[in-house]
Design a protein around this ligand. Sequence first.
Ligand code: SF4
Length: 261
Amino acid sequence: MTSASLENRASALNSQLESLDLAGRLALVAGLEGKAVFTTSLGIEDQVITAAIGTDKLGIDVSTLETGRLFNETVALIDKTEETYGILIKRFYPEQDDIDAFAAKYGMNGFYDSVEARHACCGARKVKPLARALEGASFWITGLRRGQSGNRAETPFAEADLDRGLIKINPLADWDIETIRAHVVTEEIPINPLHARGYPSIGCEPCTRAIKPGEPERAGRWWWENDEKRECGLHVPETAASAIPQQTSPSSSPLSSSIAR
Ligand code: SF4
């Protein structure tokens, strides 16, 4: 499909999705020709989507990026969610060679030292595994919401992702956080216990802190960086994918044996 036809199709889908509720939006995408993949971080928005997919038994793949640096609470929630909805959540792990190359160049926790290093780590642990998760997909479903940050304020329901050659679907784009919180209570959807401890947005453990009252929802992500539009690269791929250092031979990295999955 050409870029123009992908954009036209996304625009038409955006209009169709706008008038539907969440179940209707997901059912519409599941019924389209082409593989649909939902990538979940196990955050509260993503749990709402997973619950809808699992409850209605929709033909949508559910995948997660198991970066090797997740909170224990997040890892436990993967299992609990599978059990609750009787679904399989496919885990996509980083490649050991990429982690070795990062550690050799920056040090295991070198992401604190520069934006370049942070993008390289996110590239190895998230962006490259995401590419594998989306192989063969025509539709990529995400939990992005307009209210999450200024960077996401214009999030449409459907948009062309020209870099990946697919259409990105954001079925919760117009939901606010209060609606999400009420929905998980009403529907008894399991959520990460860290949300109740001041973590509205949860990523890797070393890169996520609790926020203070009045701070933006994503203020606890990569809090040491000044850029208010900071992202991991999943939704702005040019920032992270190109930052992964060249792979080195395993023997050149003294940290190879300490790499998490
Ligand atoms: S969030 Fe932190 S630990 Fe996770 S991939 Fe990005 S830089 Fe690495």
